[in-house]
Design a binder for this molecule. Structure first.
Ligand SMILES: [Mn+2]
Length: 228
């Protein structure tokens, strides 16, 4: 499967994006309901890390089958792929990071998840009226989107896209050229944080925080806090 995918603009409804989900699909659905998400015309974009930690990881297959749900591959999806494909995965670390539900499945039950995860792009581009918006799980390896999307077969580039926390650590505000905005997750933040044109969306909806839904057309966070 191609590691880079482009999607045309949504001319019928809203496009929303969300940070790491980590097996909390019921909470996510409640959040979508609260903002009147309409699956007939709206689309939801995910920065990956769909599974591990939360109680509903197995539901990921139903979510990935929804025509309005589009995700990039996070490092947790990569862990599952590498585990089944015989790659080097530290099992204690993986289990501590919430992978027990997957590790405890027999290999034939792991396979459908890995089949779905390998189909996910590492980088996704969504057109909007104001310009293209990119999605990666963790961080941008370069400050030029075209260069990133051409280099995704390089394991070192994928590693940065899916695992790095450099931009947040350094407070790097360099914009990623060629994009209106780049959306990432992976590193929890208390509130949506923008550095340059890079939006960090993982506000801990899977933990003690809330899911933040970003409206792609207006680049505004529209989700209320749960109960608010
Ligand atoms: Mn992650």
């Amino acid at each position: 499967m191609d590691a880079f995918r482009r999607l045309a603009a949504n001319t019928r409804g809203r496009d929303l994006a969300v940070g790491d989900i980590h097996g909390h699909f019921a909470r996510l659905q409640a959040c979508l309901d609260a903002v009147g998400f309409d699956p007939a015309v709206d689309r939801l974009f995910s920065v990956g890390d769909l599974v591990d930690r939360g109680p509903q990881s197995p539901q990921v297959l139903q979510w990935l089958a929804k025509p309005w749900f589009h995700a990039v591959q996070g490092n947790h999806e990569t862990l599952a792929i590498n585990h089944l494909h015989g790659g080097r995965v530290d099992l204690d670390t993986y289990r501590a990071a919430g992978g027990g539900w997957f590790l405890d499945l027999p290999a034939e039950a792991q396979a459908p998840f890995v089949e779905a995860f390998v189909k996910l792009p590492v980088a996704l581009q969504v057109e909007t009226a104001e310009g293209p918006i990119g999605l990666l799980h963790a961080d941008s390896p370069f400050s030029d989107w075209a260069r990133i999307t051409k280099a995704l077969d390089d394991p070192a580039v994928r590693e940065v896209c899916q695992w790095s926390r450099r931009r947040l650590k350094e407070g790097d505000t360099t914009a990623v050229r060629g994009l209106r905005a780049l959306l990432v997750g992976h590193t929890p933040v208390l509130a949506v944080k923008v550095l340059g044109n890079v939006w960090h969306l993982d506000t801990g909806g899977w933990s003690n925080g809330c899911f933040s839904l970003l409206d792609l057309a207006s680049l505004t966070v529209i989700s209320p806090r749960p109960g608010a």
